[in-house]
Ligand binder design. Structure first.
Ligand SMILES: *Cc1c(COP(=O)(O)O)cnc(C)c1O
Length: 399
């Protein structure tokens, strides 16, 4: 099976019919430049050693796998394991690709790194990587998210980046993308747009996947060492899809490993308030690439919603669209209530407060583990920690 997946994407950046570069020709030249720079340094010892050294000594990799025994016992079925990306420096998986992108920007001699952020996790991770690399950083963020994610906003300011509040549209992630992109177009030769997930035009879905694949590579080896076999199921939450593809990539050729991506059903799949792109979306172009989209009849992106700011995006990574179509990955959705329940249960049975994003994956594991025998194993990518969500949840549940 592996041959089916290895050459992805093709030279035009397509995963099957998804991905590509739906952008003006001048921008295509810039993206091709980035691709060439990436391809020419990705396998050099200097770049690999620098990134690897930072992964170990700066991020704290490898992140451990933890057997959540009390949670497994409480549900009474399959054993649940957590890949602890929440323990990374800056508290989530995003630092993995931000370091890769910041180093690439520096290598290319770019003067400013630009990005959008939703939950603020990408913003903090990128501002961190830019502080380390010594490059100017500018982050665009929706006002709704600024309100909700105050601690991350403060951190970005401390880290020295320029924070641009976005007041248009739904004032969330999608509008922040538009705003940051406009700024980028002012000088794409000298600016570097650091996309926060496996989305955007080629080569970003490929590069971000490559940077995040460290998660799955470690997890596959660690799980083998711990259990002497591969997990039966590997699962992760899906916003743009970077933590999920990072975990999935090394397992894709392992036919015995079932892969599950968990999307946010928000207030329900039968309401407009969700962001279950792969579950409910249709094909279209968004932000420079082809993917499943939540869109209106004219192809405009719908205002999506999730209790987890990091998941409320109307598109999704092109490789996920492909993996859905060929049925290698199953995509499901859990709602806000199930997410909050999982957030509390994991906190109180294991002493681990997950990010609301990650709690979606935990919620789905809790749903299915009870129907599985105890000798089966579920591996969850715990993409981030919940410090950023603690006040919000406490208020929501009147704690
Ligand atoms: C941003 C974020 C996500 C969603 O992004 P993906 O690209 O889908 O991984 C998930 N979990 C956490 C903790 C995040 O910060």
């Amino acid at each position: 099976m592996s041959q089916e997946f290895l050459p992805m994407p093709d030279e035009n950046g397509y995963f099957g019919e998804y991905g590509g570069q739906i952008i003006p020709p001048e921008l295509k030249a810039i993206m091709d430049d980035i691709n060439d720079a990436y391809e020419s340094i990705r396998d050099t010892d200097a770049y690999k050693d620098e990134l690897n050294d930072l992964f170990i000594h700066y991020v704290g990799r490898p992140s451990p796998i933890f057997h959540a025994k009390r949670l497994s016992d409480k549900i009474g079925g399959a054993q649940i394991f957590l890949k602890r990306e929440d323990l990374n420096h800056t508290g989530a998986h995003k630092i993995n690709h931000c370091l890769g992108e910041a180093l690439l920007a520096k290598h290319m001699g770019k003067t400013k790194v630009l990005a959008e952020t939703g939950a603020g996790q990408h913003g903090v991770a990128l501002a961190t990587a830019c502080a380390l690399a010594g490059i100017e950083c500018e982050i665009h963020m929706g006002e709704v998210d600024i309100e909700k994610e105050h601690p991350n906003v403060t951190k970005m300011k401390i880290l020295g980046c320029t924070l641009v509040p976005v007041s248009r549209g739904t004032r969330t992630l999608k509008d922040a993308v538009d705003s940051a992109f406009e700024e980028y177009l002012k000088d794409p030769v000298n600016f570097f747009y650091a996309i926060g997930s496996v989305v955007g035009p080629h080569p970003f879905p490929k590069m971000v996947r490559d940077f995040q694949s460290i998660v799955g590579k470690e997890a596959r080896r660690q799980f083998m060492e711990m259990q002497g076999k591969l997990p039966d199921i590997a699962m992760a939450c899906v916003g743009g899809g970077s933590n999920a593809i990072g975990l999935f990539t090394p397992f894709i050729p392992d036919e015995s490993v079932e892969l599950i991506g968990v999307e946010p059903a928000g207030k329900g799949l039968d309401t407009p308030d969700n962001a279950a792109t792969l579950t409910l979306g249709s094909k279209g172009a968004l932000h420079g690439f082809e993917c499943y989209n939540l869109q209106d009849d004219d192809g405009n992106p719908l205002p999506v919603y999730s209790i987890a700011s990091g998941l409320d995006y109307p598109g999704v990574g092109p490789q996920h669209c492909y993996l859905k179509d060929i049925k290698r990955v199953q995509y499901v959705a859990v709602d806000d209530k199930e997410c909050l329940d999982a957030f509390m249960v994991l906190s109180r049975t294991e002493g681990i407060i997950p990010a609301l994003e990650s709690a979606h994956a935990v919620a789905y594991a809790m749903k299915i583990a009870g129907n599985m025998p105890p000798d089966k194993n579920i591996l969850i990518n715990l993409s981030g920690r919940g410090d950023k969500d603690a006040d919000f949840v406490a208020e929501k549940l009147s704690l």
